[in-house]
Design a protein around this ligand. Structure first.
Ligand SMILES: N[C@@H]1[C@@H](O)[C@H](O)[C@@H](COP(=O)(O)O)O[C@@H]1O
Length: 244
């Protein structure tokens, strides 16, 4: 595990974007695993800026997002489909057929999980996976208690996650109760993982990930200790409790 400590959200976003663009090739197929939430918005902005500056083309890049809310249509303003278009896809030259997210409105969510899992398998591997982290240590939408052997599945969101995400909706009652998320085992198969964290509300989760020696399903992110190529880019506030 490598930990890169930065000053603030702006620096985290810039470092992360440069890390991604330096790793990606615009001449062969590369698969990026992508995340949503407040954390990566700045990184996406920087990635757009830097790719324009370098004339980097995303035409051979494929993307696989971590998750989507159950019940939200792709064109719903609160769906992760909309988020990704707004913050990244509409601003780069990635072909539409190369971008993938779970379908939150599939008639049978279980079948949709199987389809999505197969799609990731068909892409062979995720070269670089972006992650944020929930205050309770969730990754993707893998809430505490999710098996480390999980593949793509439907999950019931915890009240604390719904509350944390209520800021993107009109209120907590508008936040869907379930989501489809890539599983923990699926995440761990990525060749490289880059986790971003900013702000003091992430400090406890980062403490468990970086300093404690417990690897427990009660704090899903602790599984990342076992990944051979993990980089954490976090700001001072998120790293405030790190004493190891
Ligand atoms: N499914 C997403 C996660 O992928 C994200 O990492 C987490 C943290 O979000 P934020 O970056 O807004 O703090 O929230 C959501 O629950």
């Amino acid at each position: 595990m490598r930990v890169i400590k930065v000053e603030d959200y702006t620096e985290m976003s810039r470092r992360a974007a440069l890390h991604f663009i330096d790793k990606l090739s615009d001449e062969k197929v590369n698969v990026m695993g992508l995340a949503t939430g407040g954390t990566p918005q700045g990184m996406y902005k920087e990635l757009i800026k830097e790719s324009k500056k370098r004339r980097f083309s995303f035409k051979y890049i494929h993307t696989v997002n971590l998750d989507e809310y159950v019940g939200l249509r792709a064109d719903d303003p609160h769906s992760y489909h909309t988020y990704m278009r707004r913050h990244l896809f509409d601003h780069i030259d990635i072909p539409e057929r190369n971008v993938h997210l779970p379908d939150g409105t599939a008639g049978n969510p279980e079948t949709e999980c199987e389809r999505y899992e197969q799609l990731i398998r068909d892409l062979k591997k995720v070269n670089i996976q972006l992650l944020g982290i929930g205050e309770n240590g969730h990754i993707g939408f893998n809430e505490p208690g999710t098996s480390f052997n999980s593949r793509t599945h439907v999950i019931e969101l915890t009240p604390s996650t719904r509350e944390a995400n209520a800021r993107f909706f009109s209120g907590i009652e508008a936040v869907p109760t379930h989501a489809i998320t890539i599983g923990i085992e699926t995440i761990m198969e990525a060749e490289e993982i880059v986790l971003l964290a900013s702000g003091k509300n992430k400090s406890k989760a980062l403490y468990h990930l970086i300093c404690s020696n417990k690897v427990t399903e009660d704090i899903p992110a602790t599984v990342l200790k076992e990944h051979p190529n993990l980089t954490i880019i976090a700001d001072k506030e998120a790293l405030a409790l790190i004493d190891c």
